[in-house]
Design a protein. Structure first.
Lengths: 261, 159
């Protein structure tokens, strides 16, 4: 860290700068003193998550292309879902039903008009999640920042949450497996679902795998962000677009909102 | 005469104990990745005796903090155990740490503890963007990027 161009300014607190540099991680580049352009590897979270933020997704179904599965593929890679293997005695069709999926691509057709809508369906991260209500062990829980997830240490695999979820968002792991990712533990007998790339959240990364993949495809149908920050891109989008919650009659106040449904 | 025999046997016993200690130390050393943070330290994140008796308590409390509060990068971490204590075979492939001849597995087998951390958790380091310490450790050990999964999964990380 060179300070030649700052000699006329007040002396730099070297200790603090070192700390900033360390916190910003390897991939960060300083465009100006104190201004970090892009922290690729941010410091891991050291304090508890707070309810000052609520993570959510805004999905513009008009931009969601038919036949595209970029978000699902990215999710599978990020969360090691592509590492699942079919148990031998199981038929292909049954395996398709049984294997864990965090995002499903849903196609809606209005039979009267013939209008077709595509959308990705994942855990809706409800404010009042039914899966949490029914969980007998407290394994299904909502983090302070709005992420609904499963603590596998507590999950007994009863699957009440799968039945309670109106969105069919949860999956059960039926078979013992190996080769899990360090970031995404997974084991037989536990339920799991989309956790908004929770380890990315805790490492201060910007987005989710699905939103990144959608943007990379040029669709930009999925926007991730903080619903409580009125300046965030997701809040701006929700302000501009008419969006709905799926099954809003259930009054769950979902964290995932859809436009054009 | 009897006194001399006792002396001799005592001496032999002492020698044996010494040799056994050295062998034990060698055995243990094998389980620490060379060049890792662990290899440079006298003890793990806590004094060795404390680690032996309490490691499960440490990670039990840490897991609650991590899962529910989102606190990462704490002193105690199962991924940290794997990073420093994994061993590699001749082909530089990481050996699952819970196998009965490996760091976690050997001791748990000896202590008759049946546990299931690694039913769910990765038993080999496979985070591509691993901690700088782990990267340095693996580079020093000449094993490069650990795990073939690393390349297939740009997203991973414990993290």
């Amino acid at each position: 860290m060179k300070d030649e161009n700052r000699t006329n300014l007040e002396p730099v607190d070297r200790e603090r700068r070192t700390f900033i540099g360390a916190a910003a991680g390897v991939g960060a580049s300083m465009v100006a003193p104190g201004v970090i352009l892009h922290a690729v590897e941010a410091a891991p979270r050291a304090t508890s998550v707070s309810s000052d933020v609520r993570w959510g997704l805004a999905i513009d179904t008009a931009k969601c292309a038919e036949g595209c599965s970029a978000c699902i593929d990215a999710c599978d890679r990020e969360n090691g879902l592509d590492l699942q293997t079919k148990p031998k005695p199981l038929s292909e069709s049954k395996w398709d039903q049984q294997k864990a999926v965090w995002i499903r691509k849903v196609k809606l057709q209005d039979n009267q008009t013939g209008r077709i809508t595509n959308l990705p369906m994942m855990c809706q991260h409800c404010e009042d999640p039914p899966c949490v209500d029914v969980c007998p062990t407290g394994a299904s829980f909502k983090r302070a920042d709005g992420i609904v997830m499963v603590d596998r240490h507590l999950c007994i695999g009863c699957r009440y949450c799968m039945m309670a979820c109106p969105y069919k968002a949860r999956s059960f792991i039926h078979e013992a497996l190996e080769g899990q990712l360090t970031s995404v533990p997974r084991g037989k007998g536990c339920v799991e679902s989309c956790n908004l790339c929770v380890d990315r959240r805790d490492y201060g990364e910007e987005s989710t795998a699905c939103a990144d993949a959608c943007a990379a495809e040029g669709h930009n149908a999925i926007v991730f962000g903080d619903l409580k920050d009125p300046e965030s891109p997701i809040s701006q989008l929700l302000k501009a677009l008419p969006t709905r919650q799926i099954r809003e009659d259930l009054e769950l106040n979902t964290g995932v909102r859809y436009a054009g449904v | 005469m009897a006194k001399a025999a006792l002396k001799a046997s005592l001496f032999l016993g002492l020698m044996w104990a010494l040799v056994a200690q050295v062998v034990l130390a060698d055995e243990v050393k094998r389980y620490v990745v060379e060049g890792s943070r662990a290899a440079e330290l006298d003890a793990c994140v806590e004094p060795t005796e404390r680690m032996r008796r309490m490691h499960f308590e440490f990670i039990k409390h840490q897991r609650t903090l991590t899962v529910h509060e989102g606190i990462r990068g704490s002193k105690y971490s199962l991924a940290g155990c794997v990073d420093c204590h994994i061993s590699y075979n001749a082909e530089h492939e990481p050996q699952p740490i819970n196998r009965p001849d490996q760091f976690c597995g050997a001791c748990h087998a000896y202590a008759a503890v049946d546990l299931n951390c690694f039913d769910c958790h990765a038993s080999v380091p496979n985070r591509p963007e691993s901690s700088p310490e782990a990267r340095a450790a693996h580079a020093a050990a000449g094993v490069g990027q650990p795990g073939h999964l690393a390349h297939a999964h740009p997203g991973g990380g414990e993290r």
